[in-house]
Design a protein around this ligand. Sequence first.
Ligand code: FAD
Ligand code: NAP
Length: 312
Amino acid sequence: MLDCAIIGGGPAGLTAGLYATRGGLKNVTLFEMGMPGGQITQSSEIENYPGYFEHGKTGMDFMDTWQEQCFHFGLKHEMKKVQKVQKADEHFVVTFENGESTLSRTVVVCTGSTPKRAGFKGENEFFGKGVSTCATCDGFFYKNRPVAVLGGGDTALEEAYYLSNICSEVFVIHRRDHFRAAPSTVDRAQRKENIHFVLESTVEEVMGDAMGVTGVKIKDKSGELSTLEVPGLFVFVGQNVNNDVLKTNDGSFICDVNEAGQVIVDLSMRTSLEGLFAAGDIRIEAPKQVVCAAGDGATAALGAISYIQEQA
Ligand code: FAD
Ligand code: NAP
């Protein structure tokens, strides 16, 4: 029986692992379906984590040392996709995609979020063939060529800026004339001469052929259609919370969630189900920042330690 099962190896999960093991729990395993690091490893740059301020460092570089530090204190890692978490008596059953399961006294769910699809025609058909949600992964394919970016949040404008250093031109398509992104991020993008804004407009369709994307059909606020001839479209329209592991067979949740599916927690990251904690982007009112996810992970681990001590 594990003392603590941590699901998801982003900033929240890794920090929960560090605090749980360094705080004295013996059997703590992090279940991460891919490489630990989380969504920040897709970022081209991180400059708002306190103490880490070196331009040109990617999210991947940034997360590299986190794993080393956590595993040093005894955190175990298994590359497994968790399918569901159930409570049975005083413990939890964590079931994996392959049907195997393990028991744990406490569970910290840190499964974060994944990019949303915008829903325009051709998006799924050309996903991975010109439509992308990762500029650091795919930007280089469009070196010295024009690309389009959809969205007006921090991710869209930061990644547009990153792409503007690789691509000849970047067209940012946004449905409003105001941005959700931080003012300093908007300002930096607006000052870049090869970033062009296509505002109050939406993507109707992405067109292409067997070789991939050839253009994007755009509709402006008057309903007029135009075509942008670009081989790549980067979609940054927000994130969905990854809460599937908390669903029962009938689709209900094992703990309380809000209408957006975000897990309701208290200030100690406790969910409505005793022994179950949630941390990072998956929780209500998450500021969706690495520093906040890490803080949540630490809080949740300390909560798990206290819970186990109270049960003893
Ligand atoms: P995540 O980082 O989403 O990690 C969740 C992990 O859980 C993933 O590794 C996933 O593989 C795993 N997982 C999911 N489901 C399962 C399952 N069923 N079984 C096993 N594993 C599972 N924040 C900043 O502070 N500064 C920035 O500059 C910044 N830039 C960003 C740039 C981009 C492009 C993006 C996408 C985000 C950025 N963010 C930034 C936001 C930041 O990355 C997130 O707030 C943070 O990563 C959330 O951490 P998390 O641990 O909650 O979740
Ligand atoms: P976001 O803040 O939710 O922004 C999504 C953007 O996409 C919005 O501009 C939205 O338009 C637009 N949009 C949504 N659905 C659309 C659709 N179907 N078609 C066209 N446009 C659509 O998402 P995000 O930028 O990924 O950021 C997620 C969170 O991570 C935020 O809290 C953000 O602050 C954080 N983050 C922080 C940093 C940083 O701190 N440096 C970097 C990246 C992300 P509207 O504005 O009209 O709603």
